[in-house]
Design a protein around this ligand. Structure first.
Ligand code: NAD
Length: 603
């Protein structure tokens, strides 16, 4: 146990290499670093002037609770502040904390080693997931989460959390995505607060049973629809808006009176870690919990029986979620993606249209948004004008060298950077780039890139882009764009820029999409009275505003009767007269009802 930390965590050559510089302790969980992973770590660490050439260490799947727990404990015992670092490898963001110090004390080494053992035991597996759900179910059954007061208190706590920790949230988003502060404020902080406030204002009305009409068959009676919570629900969220897309469904789940587990995305480790820390600090952990982690942890959660699973992410994982849910007949909401088209007619205000397209594409997380414009369709004749206008506005917004602009997010990790680079490097589009194309792998940056007339079988048209590339397809007549869109999977959003009222109507009538916006992009998702969700391949179910409350509620049909008003026709022994009266009643034929009652048959 008193073995020096250096030999446990790093090869001696590392220390000789870096001597007499400060030593480095690496905090550790599962994976051995080899080959390209080491290169990824190296490039991430170069920004901190730490050389990892000779380093042979093990890293943990970052940002999970045990890792945070371990680093907190080490720093409290050694009084050395850790440096947090994340880097990309194999589609995942890895993060870890390392400690720099001028001397290694055996006391801190053994403390760290024993903490390591403690942490290894903390891995979240099926057994732990099972216990977690059992705990939450117990709390749910106690009725605690159902009361109006509990729901309000938790929503207020989330609001307070977002208000008080605004700076921390902005910092985490900066770390994960280089998200500009203004974007973080609008699309994560302000929208989450807006959802919370809206739920607080409306909750009483949402919870009230809704009166329903009754029919002649139950006369006299009254009826209502009672919204009841579903129970214990799971929210699995994604990385591009890691706060909004985690907290927004959680707000709906709490408003509807459920116990909830949130599994944020490991691809945005700083945000995941902060969400776990803050929710632990602010809300009632007996009913609201966060589980951090990646595939293993999510799979352990998916083995459990939930009362609803709300998943945001790719269709590929959506299928895994749905298959797991089907084993328990658990209903799912799948908030997926797709290729969102933007049709631009030639009768538009071109400056306004291009500004709005740019804002929705590059001004929202650099295209890493589920409803970002994925491709444009315009007429052959109008395309050159549109490209000129886009070029002009892009320079206005991001300068001549957009890679140096602070107003544009970076690509989330190396995996996604390489995925996007592959789309640009595809032979089928090599001569189609009319704007942009610059990249910087070290900084994970890709400039706004426009491609003209890409073939349908180019990679960029085969998958959701989810990044700063924007192909433009051209058609002879703008109406032809509807056929192009309808020949593909149904998108999450479809946009149309035109002043022609008939064309607008045709677009709404003939194009199927999760949502639509005429003459702008993205903004429809900010309207709480509109449902947000996909159709077909872009997902199922919806949320936002009252739709979030409904997404996590069961609509219970309740009919009230008294002991009066029985019709004899309902009870045996049945007779022809009873049948005739029943038929007359069902058809609402007053004349036949009277005839039946006095025993006459019209037939
Ligand atoms: P991701 O990699 O963060 O995955 C989403 C979640 O699934 C994460 O919590 C992750 O841990 C979990 N996960 C990943 N692999 C898993 C597996 N094999 N088994 C179980 N769980 C697993 O996110 P992503 O998939 O890269 O997300 C991007 C996609 O999400 C895009 O298609 C985008 O359009 C879509 N999206 C949709 C919305 C929406 O509101 N409809 C919002 C944002 C993103």
């Amino acid at each position: 146990m008193n073995e020096p930390l250096s030999s446990f965590y790093a090869t001696p050559s590392f220390f000789s290499h870096s001597a007499p510089d400060p030593s480095v302790y690496i905090v550790v969980l599962h994976q051995h670093l080899r080959g390209s992973a080491l290169a990824a770590l190296q490039s991430a660490m170069s920004s901190l002037s730490v050389d990892v050439a000779a380093l042979d260490c093990r890293l943990g799947v970052g940002a999970n609770r045990p890792l945070r727990h371990l680093t907190n404990k080490i720093s409290s015992q050694t009084h050395i502040q850790p440096t947090q670092l994340s880097f990309s490898y194999k589609h995942k963001s890895w993060s870890f904390a390392f400690f720099r110090t001028n001397h290694i004390s055996s006391k801190s080494c053994s403390a760290t080693l024993s903490l390591m053992a403690e942490v290894e035991k903390e891995t979240f597996d099926i057994e732990k997931a099972d216990l977690l759900v059992k705990d939450l179910r117990k709390v749910y059954r106690s009725g605690k989460t159902k009361s109006y007061e509990w729901r309000v208190s938790q929503l207020k706590r989330i609001l307070k959390m977002v208000e008080e920790k605004e700076r921390d949230i902005i910092k985490a988003l900066q770390e994960d995505l280089s998200k500009p502060e203004l974007e973080s404020y609008i699309s994560e902080i302000s929208m989450t607060k807006g959802s919370c406030k809206h739920a607080l204002e409306e909750l009483e009305a949402w919870m009230k049973p809704q009166k329903a009409k009754t029919s002649i068959t139950t006369y006299p009676s009254s009826a209502e629809i009672v919204s009841e919570p579903l129970g214990v629900v799971l929210v699995i969220s994604t990385w591009n808006y890691p706060f909004l897309l985690s907290l927004d469904p959680v707000i709906g789940a709490i408003a509807a009176g459920n116990a909830v587990v949130l599994k944020p995305s490991e691809v945005a480790p700083a945000s995941s870690s902060l969400l776990a820390k803050l929710l632990e600090e602010y809300v009632d952990n007996s009913a609201i919990r966060v589980v951090e982690g990646a595939v293993a942890e999510t799979s352990a959660l998916l083995e459990q029986k939930w009362d609803k699973i709300f998943y945001t992410g790719s269709g590929h994982v959506g299928r895994i979620v749905m298959a797991a849910a089907s084993k328990h007949l658990t209903p799912v909401i799948l908030e997926l993606g797709g290729k969102c088209p933007v049709v631009v007619a030639s009768d538009v205000n071109i400056k306004v249209a291009t500004m709005r397209i740019i804002a929705g594409k590059w001004g929202c997380n650099n295209g890493q948004t589920c409803i970002a414009p994925d491709y444009i369709i315009t007429t052959k004749a109008f395309a050159p004008k549109l490209i000129d206008a886009l070029r002009h506005e892009l320079v206005e917004f991001f300068g001549v060298n957009p890679l140096e602009s602070d107003d544009i997010s970076r690509i989330v990790n190396l995996y996604h950077y390489k995925r996007l680079k592959r789309l640009i490097d595809d032979d089928k589009v090599s001569n189609k780039i009319v704007l942009g194309g610059q990249t910087n792998e070290n900084q994970l940056k890709i400039a706004p890139t426009i491609l003209l007339d890409v073939p349908e079988d180019a990679l960029v048209m085969k998958e959701e882009i989810f990044g700063p590339l924007l192909p433009i397809l051209t058609v002879e007549n703008i109406e032809d764009s509807f056929t192009v869109i309808n020949s593909r999977s149904k998108p999450l959003a479809a946009y149309f820029f035109t002043n022609n009222e008939d064309l607008k109507k045709d677009f709404v009538r003939n194009v199927s999409a999760g949502g639509m916006l005429i003459n702008d992009t993205i903004l429809h998702l900010t309207v709480p009275s509109l449902p947000f969700g996909g159709v077909g391949e872009s997902g199922m179910g919806s949320y936002h505003g009252k739709f979030s409350f409904d997404a996590f509620s069961h609509k219970k049909a309740v009919l009230y009767r008294t002991f009066k008003g029985d019709s004899p026709t309902r009870f045996p022994p049945y007779s022809a007269g009873k049948l005739q009266l029943l038929k007359s009643l069902m058809e609402g034929d007053m004349f036949r009802i009277i005839l039946s009652l006095i025993g006459w048959s019209k037939d």
